[in-house]
Design a protein around this ligand. Structure first.
Ligand SMILES: NC(=O)c1ccc[n+]([C@@H]2O[C@H](COP(=O)([O-])OP(=O)(O)OC[C@H]3O[C@@H](n4cnc5c(N)ncnc54)[C@H](O)[C@@H]3O)[C@@H](O)[C@H]2O)c1
Length: 351
């Protein structure tokens, strides 16, 4: 199959979907790979590394889309890319269509096959192509939290570890899945008091057993969320219902009851966000204030650490890209779940 790897266009998106090592494997399997000029530079990968792996460099994205049938990207296509998508294309990338009506319309109109990394789902319900970036975003949520809690950055001026005789910072994580777990690990490592809230009892059991009481576990009820938020310095939103719009577990009132200078990091913003106060931001302007509570709602957080993220993403997606390229999608039910839109038809539930 003819495979195309474009340069990412989203604001400060420095990742690239596949590394030269992965390209080498695809070429060995008899596929022809086109890479847009400069696609890997943001992750420290030169065009010549792709050429040495057997890829052909093309000069622009238009040429890439006209040559390739399978387009492997990191982030969803942006508006300027919509006209490039044609009926014969298979688009394989993060899509997060529940948060983007215009993208749904464009993908339907093109009649392409649009496959989302984040809805590829194993039999046990786990999400093998979302997980690597969720691990990174979870760790970053606390890293950016530490940064923006500093007084000079607009935060309340709290050190998560506290100091001798002085309280430590309090971190509340809503949604204890992959993002949540990694946020909890980072926050604990920095010495914070950590609470995790989840709707599933087995998730709470896991934290209770694993951390032997060092992490407070709570069920997901509005009054509990409201109380925890009012006492927290950093809140991480990490809920997910696969493929669907994120449930709005945080209300305006809950935010207004938080202390001034506290920080809310909505990692779930890519699925529409989990607070009534959310709106997507980007790496150029990551922060805004609601009632003096800082909001960080960047939809492509892993790009902050593009080199780590690119290699991690590429390693995870390669076996699935190979199956798509080999024409074996129907042989793998997990991969079939990745098909969001096909031939003008929406195939997943967005609510
Ligand atoms: N912003 C970014 O750059 C970025 C990067 C990676 C992942 N994400 C997003 O982060 C979100 C979380 O991803 P994940 O991989 O951790 O998902 P996951 O499926 O591993 O975990 C989600 C958790 O949310 C819980 N949950 C669902 N509804 C809930 C509710 N009403 N109250 C409390 N908990 C609830 C689930 O039980 C589950 O434990 C997704 O939207 C994902 O796309 C964003």
């Amino acid at each position: 199959m003819f495979i195309g790897i474009p340069k990412e266009r989203k604001v400060q998106e420095y990742r690239v979907a596949l590394t030269p090592q992965a390209v080498g494997v695809l070429v060995l399997h008899g596929h022809k790979v086109f890479v847009e000029k400069g696609a890997g530079l943001g992750s420290g990968i030169s065009d010549s590394e792709y050429e040495n792996a057997g890829a052909r460099i093309v000069w622009n994205e238009k040429e890439l889309f006209s040559k390739a049938k399978l387009i492997v990207k990191v982030k969803e296509p942006i508006a300027e890319e919509y006209p490039l998508i044609a009926e014969n294309h298979i688009i394989f990338s993060y899509l997060h269509i529940a948060a983007d009506k215009k993208l749904v319309q464009a993908l339907k109109k093109s009649r392409c096959r649009a496959m989302a990394f984040e809805t590829v789902e194993l039999q046990d319900g786990s999400l093998p192509l979302l997980a690597p970036m969720s691990r990174i975003a979870g760790r970053l949520s606390v890293q950016v939290g530490v940064h923006f809690l500093q007084k000079s950055k607009g935060g309340k001026g709290v050190l998560l570890s506290g100091a001798a005789g002085v309280r430590n910072g309090k971190v509340t994580v809503i949604g204890g899945g992959t993002v949540g777990y990694n946020a909890v690990l980072s926050a604990l490592g920095l010495g914070a008091d950590v609470t995790v809230i989840d709707i599933k009892q087995d998730v709470l059991e896991y934290y209770y057993d694993k951390f032997q009481g060092r992490v407070k576990t709570l069920p997901s009820y509005p009054e509990i969320i409201e109380k925890e938020l009012s006492e927290s310095d950093l809140v991480v939103g990490a809920v997910l219902v696969t493929g669907a719009k994120a449930p709005k577990v945080i209300t305006k009132k809950m935010i207004s009851n938080m202390e001034k200078g506290s920080l809310f990091v909505d990692v779930a913003i890519d699925q529409g966000g989990c607070s009534e106060t959310r709106r997507p931001t980007n790496h150029d302007n990551p922060i805004y204030n609601v009632n003096d509570v800082l909001h960080y709602c960047v939809t492509n957080m892993p790009s902050l650490v593009s080199e780590t993220s690119t290699y991690s993403l590429s390693n995870a997606i390669l076996p699935y890209v190979l199956k798509v390229a080999d024409g074996k999608i129907d042989e793998d039910p997990s991969l079939v779940k990745g098909i969001n839109i096909d031939n003008g038809e929406l195939l997943i539930n967005l609510d």
